[in-house]
Design a protein around this ligand. Sequence first.
Ligand SMILES: NC(=O)c1ccc[n+]([C@@H]2O[C@H](COP(=O)([O-])OP(=O)(O)OC[C@H]3O[C@@H](n4cnc5c(N)ncnc54)[C@H](O)[C@@H]3O)[C@@H](O)[C@H]2O)c1
Length: 251
Amino acid sequence: MTRSVLLGRLAGKRAIVTGAGRGIGLAIATAFLQEGARVLANDIQAELLERARLRLPAATGHVAFHQGDVSDPGAVAEMVALAREAFGGVDVLVNNAAIGGTGKTLLELSLEEWERFLRVDLTSVFLCCQAVVPLMIEQGRGSIINLSSITGLAGTAGSIPYAAAKAGVLGLTKSLAKELAPHRINVNAIAPGLIDTEMSRARGQEESRRAVLWPRIGMPEDVAWLAVYLASDEAEFVTGQVISPNGGAWM
Ligand SMILES: NC(=O)c1ccc[n+]([C@@H]2O[C@H](COP(=O)([O-])OP(=O)(O)OC[C@H]3O[C@@H](n4cnc5c(N)ncnc54)[C@H](O)[C@@H]3O)[C@@H](O)[C@H]2O)c1
């Protein structure tokens, strides 16, 4: 889905997008740049960042790259320092990086797998918020967008730790929205349904596809343009909300 008229809705904004090497994160970074933001694109996978470098207009000076694991506090501190150095601050944080469901049922899961999901899909959001919020408070304004999932709202068999982490993201989002409202920092969650990415292809799309009422499944851009809205000043008064682009699969 392309947009021919771009409005500069994020002109002057400085954003961090985690997990921006592919899929939804790459689409968000692309849309943010198209709308005039400067973007620090993070990913744990160096080769994906290299590919993203070719897709995102690096030469403009509006994009910087950071390779690191957002569940590692040291890497998160490095990422935020890099954004500060490159752009002078952070106005928008998109916590997008995550790992997808294993397909394993309760009795098949190990404690290590459970803890890995919680660390990558939930603790990382806590760490990134904790590192960025002091800058936003200092600036007197900010937007945080957390990627949850329809699985965090409705549950999915074979996705217990992923669902628990994504439901945790919703609790974190709403509580943080309450804490940060006096600082004019809005915190919202996007809980997508089936979106065509490597993550959903690896898990298998058939079961989720059957629940989609719209005559197509979601594309990363369906999430990206919602993120543009939530990051823009047009959404300043929107906080603590969960929006689910899902083609009618869950209401
Ligand atoms: N695709 C869907 O159907 C769907 C549905 C609901 C929610 N989501 C959520 O949307 C977000 C993006 O998903 P996607 O489908 O684009 O997935 P994806 O697997 O295609 O992309 C995720 C990216 O995050 C990166 N990443 C993973 N762990 C990381 C870490 N520890 N540190 C830094 N980067 C890391 C990966 O390298 C990858 O580039 C995730 O939060 C996911 O849970 C996706």
